[in-house]
Write a protein of this length. Sequence first.
Length: 343
Amino acid sequence: MPEPASRPRTRRKSPTKVATLHAVAELAGCSTATVSKALNGLPVSAENLRRVYAAAEQLGYVPNLAARSMRQEKTMTLGMVVNFEGHPRSELLYVFQDLIANMESAGYSVLLSIVRNEGLDLDTLLQRFLAHRVDGLFYWQARPSNTLAWYERSNIPVIAVGFRDPRCAQLPFVTVDGAPAFAAACRDLKAHGHRDFAEIVVDRVAPLHKLYPRMRGVRWREIRIGHDEQDVRDAVEEHLTGPDAPTAVFAAPPTATTLLSAAGELGLRVPEDLSVVSFFDLEDAPLFRTPLSAIRTDYDKLGAAVATAMLDALAGREVGDVLIPASTHYIPRASTGPARERA
């Protein structure tokens, strides 16, 4: 009797290998205890935090915090990262006050961290908020970060505020409409005979005048400086003196206020020789020896709009970009006047 034909053996597929805590620890060169601490918001060094998240990202490791949304756990805590690549601007404190008050009234606490040129890097701060299991993140001056993918994977909403790099276009964006006030400032200067404008830009910050439509018959120059007051003085001496120098200059505080004193020290009269406009108004600007012309922002409106966007996102509603109308206006003061006559 012939032997029955042997059945072809079916190869069992090996299950997809799932990254483990031990694998992350091995790749990061840390103990499993350090990895667990890093991913659960407990104190570890900045270097270990960076290595743990880099290893987890490379291995596709999904920690428990990524499944938090399925467990419907909430910490009632929000993170706020303020990305400063230039001078921190004191007027933002008014926005923070309004925003935090709105969130506290809804039962949330807000943790604030500021990214400066020195200190912890942006990725590390974003990772720390993630490890602290925040329910959402306010991201001021939003710029690309590999860690943002973890927020998306964890269903943690991130709202970009004030500025959003084009490479972060996936983030909902809330900002004021500064175009009408900027146009009003330019029209006022042009009516006073100014045709040659400059903007002083600190470090790697994007120039603000390029965000708005250009006015015909006006020339713009971009003057880049560092963070020190001496950099402002050097810029005035090099770029704002002489017969062909710009007659009007825009800057953000505190550069704008330093500019007033630097101009006086170098023999430039404000506004007879140089008109100065601040992109942001200061509470004491009318009290300066030369009251500073400025663009004022309605911080109440900005804080309320950002809070509303976050609460909508936390409730699972779709959030799009928000441009807040009628939220800025130009206030001319004594630092602007008729353009000087050119030789």
